[in-house]
Design a protein around this ligand. Sequence first.
Ligand code: NAP
Length: 256
Amino acid sequence: MNLNLEGKVILVSGGAKGIGGAISKGLIEEGAFPVIIDPSEKEGKALVDLAEGKALHLPFRLFSADQAKEVVDHTMNRFGKIDGLVNNAGANDGVGLEKGSPEAFAQSLANNLFHYYHLAHFSLPYLKKSKGAIVNISSKTAVTGQGGTSGYVAAKGAQLALTREWAVELLPYQIRVNAILPAEVYTPMYESWIRSFPNPHEKLEEINQKIPLGKRMTTSEEIAAMAIFLLSDKASHITGQHLYVDGGYTHLDRSL
Ligand code: NAP
């Protein structure tokens, strides 16, 4: 299947490591030009080298609206267009109801949610020109809860709501907006979370056993495959959808 992504310019927040890293790599393999917005210097550079320079690494940790505008300005100066946006950067930061504070909650929303809006807002004039696509990476925690992580889960839920909201608002421009909900994906973020348990290996095995399809984690590449398909014109009549790429974790019978 030819995804026709050659030469397409795609912003990927958190695009140097984990799920975002796999999306950037997959885009490079398809001949697209990812703009990798991620503070990770070494991994960002490795991806630009892999792309033989047909990628841009912007080592920003997204927080403020000004930074998002700067990202869009840099991209326009370098490539002159934007064909897609993958909002992916985020971290499960453990700001809970009991173990948390109003300040920490607001900070968590800024780290996990506000830049999804900022990047979409500042990219919009260019996405309108390209009839581009937006993919929001959310999480199954948006629909299941997790406990002890109010800020992150509020952000993940809002990302699902905004996916529908933007899909409607952007219908006149033929801009498609979809969300992916991963559940358990072994990434650097996941690894540091699992290490917080007294017996990480046992905990990991316990989680694997709860994943219906194959009793294993989803790979970052499996999430990337869906994201890249949704960005492509092969997904030309898919919009406003919440797609679970999770080996059946969220919906299938628990007794399986
Ligand atoms: P990861 O392994 O931590 O990779 C994320 C990358 O994004 C890192 O390089 C990180 O840099 C960067 N980043 C974090 N915050 C950023 C910001 N504000 N601006 C720019 N870059 C930023 O995480 P992941 O597991 O791949 O998660 C990616 C997305 O998938 C997140 O939205 C997460 O909520 C979602 N997700 C993941 C899972 C899972 O099982 N892994 C499950 C459900 C949903 P630093 O390392 O320097 O912070």
